[in-house]
Design a protein around this ligand. Structure first.
Ligand code: AMP
Ligand code: GLY
Length: 425
């Protein structure tokens, strides 16, 4: 099978690494990819949102399957575009269509879906310029802190947790009346604050059936002890020690099954990954968000633990044949630690040479994220630069291996959290 994978981050390196191991993968192309994905297949120089180039590539390379890594092309309707092309009717596609991708692309759409299907989530109200005054009154009546969410995609910045009513009213006004997050905040979801520990649960669905992939916990804050600004993710751990069998059973019956059944009842066109952003409140799972793709850096621990042939699973998902397939997982802990550019998640410089990439350690995996090739060497090209995944019989053992490996890697301004998995030691 000839496969085109879209995206360029650590998630895509981990997906490419896993797909390339499949006997069902004859050629793997990645667009635009990064120097890590180039070790697994052939990188092609076009963006994951360049629909015309994607269609041309599918025709030119006799592509059988397209796997869409990031959310942006999904929310912009890539799946619809591919399905509308008469010459691409044979394509297997991993990713929901534009309507279904609103589960990630519109917070209000996702909340309404959860309400229709009785899926536990925070109480909320939904406001635009048309019911702005009602929004102000709703906010004043909320307990603190109160959560404001730009409805649309806002590059991970659209969620504000406000500790006073004055702050919430001011932010709400800026979001709706001054387009603080552009068109994404012309609608705002105001939500009850939930207190608990977060985890990420992943399903692969064919729209009717699903398989549950290993769960993971990611570490979003830049600083140790979960302090400082939010990032795309500084590390991840899988399995998650507090997600024991009893809790995961609740996740399945209260969240995963009602969601997948809801996709079916509403005839969504959804063949792909569902990422459940959950919070454990007391002993109960609540949904904070849906994403219609895998997480990053969660993928960098989920894929190494997955023992099934990924291409086989994706083919079954695209063909609506997931029923009866069981998932095999490596029972050990996998952890990943992300090395980032100095200054991230604020401003940072790019183009620094990276040393120590070649010193492969036996049981660690180095995934590229924001790297690029320049004049024959590998340089930094993003905030999150690379991550190292390791296995261990305990979280601490796995994290220690990742940190050891990272000590052998260097670039100007490099920073990584030394405390990934700290609460499980
Ligand atoms: P989201 O973009 O929806 O994932 O939100 C970003 C982060 O904001 C989440 O990972 C949570 O840490 C936090 N968050 C979102 N909604 C809530 C909520 N209702 N209660 C508490 N924290 C929240
Ligand atoms: N690590 C969280 C995300 O991928 O959205």
């Amino acid at each position: 099978m000839n496969i085109l994978l879209l995206g360029s981050g650590g998630r895509e390196h981990a997906l490419a690494w896993k797909m390339a191991q499949s006997p069902n993968c004859s050629s793997l192309f990645i667009a635009p990819g990064n120097p890590g994905t180039a070790q697994c297949g052939t990188n092609l120089p076009f963006a994951a949102t360049d629909f015309e180039a994607i269609k041309k590539c599918c025709a030119d390379n006799a592509i059988n399957m397209v796997v869409i890594g990031p959310e942006e092309p999904l929310v912009k309707g890539l799946v619809n575009e591919l399905k509308a092309d008469a010459s691409l009717q044979h394509l297997l596609i991993i990713g929901p269509d534009q309507y279904a991708a609103q589960l990630e692309g519109s917070k209000a759409f996702a909340k309404a879906f959860m309400q229709r299907h009785g899926i536990p989530t925070a109480a909320y109200g939904e406001f635009t310029g048309d019911n702005f005054e009602a929004g102000l009154e709703y906010i004043k009546a909320q307990k603190l802190p109160v959560v404001l969410k730009a409805d649309g995609l806002a590059a991970g910045k659209g969620v504000l947790i406000c500790t006073t009513h004055e702050e919430a009213l001011s932010e709400f006004t800026q979001m709706i009346q001054q387009a603080k997050f552009g068109a994404a905040s012309s609608k705002v979801v105001v939500e009850e604050f939930l207190s608990g520990i977060e985890l990420s649960v992943f399903a692969l669905t064919d729209g009717r059936h699903y398989v549950l992939l290993p769960e993971a916990k990611d570490y979003k804050r830049i600083g140790e002890g979960d302090s400082g600004l939010n990032t795309g993710g500084m590390g991840a751990v899988s399995p998650v020690p507090f997600a024991d069998d009893a809790f995961m059973q609740k996740v399945i019956t209260k969240v995963v099954e009602p969601t997948i059944n809801g996709l079916g009842k509403e005839a969504f066109d959804y063949k792909g990954f569902v990422f459940f952003g959950l919070i454990k409140v007391g002993d109960e799972p609540m949904v904070i968000e849906y994403n219609c793709r895998m997480g990053d850096p969660e993928t960098e621990v989920v894929m190494p633990r997955l023992q099934n042939d990924l291409v086989h699973l994706l083919t079954a998902a695209a063909q609506q044949k997931l029923e009866g397939i069981s998932i095999q997982k490596d029972p050990r802990f996998a952890t990943t630690v992300m090395a980032v550019s100095g200054g991230y998640p604020g401003d940072y410089a790019k183009g620094f040479a990276i040393d120590g990439l070649q010193n492969d350690a036996a049981d660690t995996l180095l995934f590229h994220a924001g790297t690029a090739e320049k004049d024959g060497s590998i340089v930094t090209s993003g905030g999150r630069v690379l991550c190292v995944t390791s296995f261990g019989n305990t979280v601490a053992e796995a994290v220690a291996k990742s940190k050891d490996r990272l000590v052998g890697v260097s670039f100007e301004g490099m920073y990584f959290r030394k405390d990934i998995g700290y609460e499980f030691e």
